[in-house]
Design a protein around this ligand. Structure first.
Ligand code: GDP
Ligand code: MG
Length: 162
């Protein structure tokens, strides 16, 4: 029973986001982080950084071979990005809802992509698509000592997922 409780807690309290180069360039770090925190996400880790082409290629490995892959890698390594681990119950699904459809023309009103994306390929933000990928992507950007949780956030229960 204890194990089952732990297992449930491990699922889905964090996700990984990036504010993409175009959104950083257009000075949208503040508005986008503001929307994220207004929707109840806590920021557990945060950095401004820049991906090399090799690092962007690794991050988007799953899309290798698709027609948009080279452009995606080129774009994602074209300038600084903001990477963050954000925390909320059911984080992956909740955040995918907040960012909206991959294609901003299909994204619902009020979503981050509807508000801030320039196009399908320059769509302002990334959000992990599963708990497994959220954990992988978090580890790609952040070490254990770059993640912070005040006592009140009760992060200890899912430390195993790190
Ligand atoms: P996401 O999880 O919503 O970000 O979408 P995907 O994982 O499917 O794709 C990764 C990123 O590649 C997206 O955020 C888009 O910016 C870009 N992308 C996806 N599909 C297409 C496409 O058909 N054409 C172009 N140009 N870019 C795409
Ligand atoms: Mg994706």
């Amino acid at each position: 029973f204890l194990f089952a409780t732990k297992f449930v807690n491990m699922a889905g309290n964090t996700t990984l986001t990036m504010i993409k180069p175009g959104a950083v360039r257009r000075n949208l770090i503040g508005p986008i982080l503001g929307m994220i925190t207004e929707h109840g996400f806590k920021v557990e880790a945060l950095k401004l950084t820049k991906l090399s082409a090799r690092q962007a290629a690794k991050f988007y490995e799953v899309h290798r071979g698709k027609p948009f892959y080279d452009g995606l890698v080129n774009y994602m390594s074209s300038g600084p990005i903001v990477a963050a681990i954000i925390r909320k119950d059911n984080a992956v699904a909740e955040f995918r809802e907040l960012i909206g459809n991959t294609d901003p023309e299909k994204a619902s009103e009020g979503t981050i992509r509807k508000l801030f994306a320039e196009s399908l390929s320059h769509n302002a933000v990334h959000g992990s698509d599963s708990d497994e990928n959220a954990a992988k992507e978090a580890a790609f950007f952040f070490s254990e000592t770059e993640r912070f949780c005040p006592e009140e956030w009760h992060c200890d229960e899912d430390m195993e997922a790190y």
